[in-house]
Write a protein that binds this ligand. Structure first.
Ligand SMILES: [Ca+2]
Ligand SMILES: [Ca+2]
Length: 122
């Protein structure tokens, strides 16, 4: 639900709000899906960063949920591939949140919750 709809329902009163006014993932920290290095932008370097972390002993991403671009609850080679397909072939958007704007993960998985530095504080 967008902010405008939430405000509209808040103005109309509690009967109109119901449970639909609760954002999925409310209370969770926010991040941009695909922005694995927390730079604020999901770009080609993310795919390289993730691949290096997985196979070349590279740096661990600060937010594993962000590099989990296909949102299947694991980080593997499918994630940089999903990002590359999105960036260069214009496939369907990555699962929420993101990569723009910041948001909360709307699915439950075993990846640790993370607050991206580029998204401010939770
Ligand atoms: Ca980035
Ligand atoms: Ca994944």
């Amino acid at each position: 639900m967008g902010r405008a709809k939430f405000i509209e329902q808040a103005i109309r009163g509690p009967r109109a709000r119901g449970l639909r006014s609760i954002e999925p993932g409310a209370g969770k920290p926010s991040f941009r899906r695909g922005d694995g290095d927390a730079s604020g932008v999901a770009e080609l370097t993310e795919a390289v960063f993730t691949r290096n972390g997985l196979f070349n002993g590279g740096e661990e991403p600060p937010c594993r949920d962000a590099v989990g671009t296909n949102d299947d609850g694991t980080v593997n080679i499918g994630d940089p591939i999903a990002l590359l397909v999105r960036l260069f072939l214009g496939s369907s958007p990555l699962p929420a949140p993101g990569p723009d704007p910041c948001g909360k993960d709307r699915t439950e998985n075993d990846l640790p919750a993370c607050q991206s530095q580029s998204c401010g504080e939770a």
